[in-house]
Design a protein around this ligand. Sequence first.
Ligand code: ADP
Ligand code: ZN
Ligand code: ZN
Length: 704
Amino acid sequence: MIFWVDIVVAAPAHSTIAGPLTYHSEHLLELGQLVRVPLGKREVLGVVWALRTDSGELDPQQSKQVAGTLDGVPPLSATWRQLIAFTASYYQRALGEVALAALPPQLRELDTTQLARRLKRGKTATESAGSAPSPATLPELSPEQAQALKGWAGDHRPALLFGVTGSGKTEIYLRAAAQALEADPLAQVLVMVPEINLTPQLQSRFESRFAHLGAGQVVALHSGLTPAQRLKSWLLAHTGQARLVLGTRMAVLASLPALRLIVVDEEHDPSYKQQEGARYSARDLAVYRARLEGQALAQEGACRVLLGSATPSLESWQAALSGRYMRLDMASRIGAAAHDSGPEVRVIDMGHQPRHAVLAPPLLQAIAERVARGEQAMIFLNRRGYAPVLACHACGWKSQCAHCSAYRVFHKLDRTLRCHHCGFTERVPRGCPDCGNVDIAPLGRGTEKLEEHLAELLVDVKRPDGSPVRVARIDADSTRLKGTLQTQLAQVHAGEVDVLVGTQMVTKGHDFRHITLVAAVNPDSSLFSSDFRAPERLFSLLMQAAGRAGRDAAHSARSQMWVQTAHPGHPLFAALKRYDYPGFAAQELSERLAAGLPPFGYAALLRAEARTQELAQAFLEAVAKAGRQARLPGADRVTIYPAVPMALQRVANVERAQMLLECDSRPALQQFLTAWQAVLTELRRSAAFKPLIRWAIDVDPLAI
Ligand code: ADP
Ligand code: ZN
Ligand code: ZN
């Protein structure tokens, strides 16, 4: 007897293999089963996607035979397969690419014996289990927390937990997770965070609260794991042994057969959007997945989703305003007096400060006072390196990257010019490469220069014990080596640092106890950016940064957040001073509504890369034209804008262009894009576009 099956395998992007391939087998296979199949000259991992019933018409000579099955690994569920199919179709990628990318890479490499050993090892790991912590040992809920949990229990809709920094959102996540786990002895909970390395405290709070579950039942799933660790976590999740999975965006596609709750912490964070391959939004997929899991159980609300943020994405906020999501509000910080939502915000008008001052004198004074009192200050600037450009004043030469439309950044420590886009690095030349002038100088400033500058300015300031001030820097450069970030953070926590300089990396979820002053040195570039989401991101960044100050109630009264700007009258700062996210959101949403931008309109980008800008743009224009001529479904509602160079036009000698599509209807845009794919693939194969390097569609892009 021969059985016919359709199997999904990894296919290169935009290859001719769009869907599953048909194979035959001598054994009856199960849907969702993992198998090895021949593909070309190789043997690859595949997932059984459909059992064919039209076998009478098929010819064994025309198809290959399944080489083997991964015994011991249970089949992937129908819900998981639906999630993958939705992701592939919504984000316009090949099914096989999405399915295989969601599986741990090591699954492709291990043979059956090795795999059996891994599975066995996983089993023994989960046996030690104690009992849940008694309610008496848990922190007593604040009235707002109790109210939020009541709201959560009384409604099945996706919930948006709108809680200021320090309001105790994590406790809500912990309780919601505990409830879900207690309600069903098999239930699984997925907790997603933007970047695990930046939120070690959250991870440890979950681990200690659920320590009674035993090792192997609380697992992490993120790209920082070794391939072996990742396989182990994935197998524990897939076999249902892991009850609680803590992960980054990739975890939203993990196999979790008994998923009952998905928590998305800092749901507004841009890192939930994948920026290559299938450009999915893990937050949006979390909401979709919870609904799907509920449908599979034929019970509304059987799988819940909880999104949390102090500054929600405008998409989620609008969904809450419209009633699609419920809102749970927590407006005050734990332990703080009523109406104390955060440190006092001071907006400094840089137009009234000495010209070329990096730090306004009153700010410098305030920092010095903190140091003298033994408190800490945190200064952030969104640019690493010493100076963004090195320039020659004699002839106008600038440290342009030879391969990108960007300047190379001057790093003083190792005296290099480094391109932050392609990595091209050279030693700083002795003199100007064009005119020989030896007097080439840095323009502007980065974190490295700010650190140096601060150390000079504060040289006479003494700490309470009379010792000199200690300035430290945390950014992608200072933390390049594995483990250095943790060491540096530990130093800040231990009080070994007085002034911390960094990029926005330092504003993320660290719970620094002794910081009483936070300053944003140069936030203006985001105010008038062409990217419509820039103000939203800036507001959220500043609110989050403000939340770093005065975490310790003892200091909260004299904590401050300073913002240096040339536009002190900007409404964004007015809202910031009041900690008025709803006010800021109302203003932004009215502008978005007027312009038909998300969340009121839907957008997609088509991008193309080629050796020349002309070719990249010509491809986009040709695709647009062919799309119009073909009268594709949905086309009458989709606006296609002209092709333009991307903001960063050239990277590593590759020219990049993009084309924006807008539509007032999500289904219409979906229909159109799906039909358009065929046009794209065909044009790509025509002789004129052979030299094109690649193209990609980005649905719901973050930046336009
Ligand atoms: P958020 O995530 O909303 O910024 P956290 O969850 O980090 O806030 O809580 C802020 C601080 O308050 C943490 O140190 C946490 O341990 C503490 N906390 C939270 N809930 C309570 C509570 N009910 N009682 C006492 N302390 C609490
Ligand atoms: Zn010169
Ligand atoms: Zn470069």
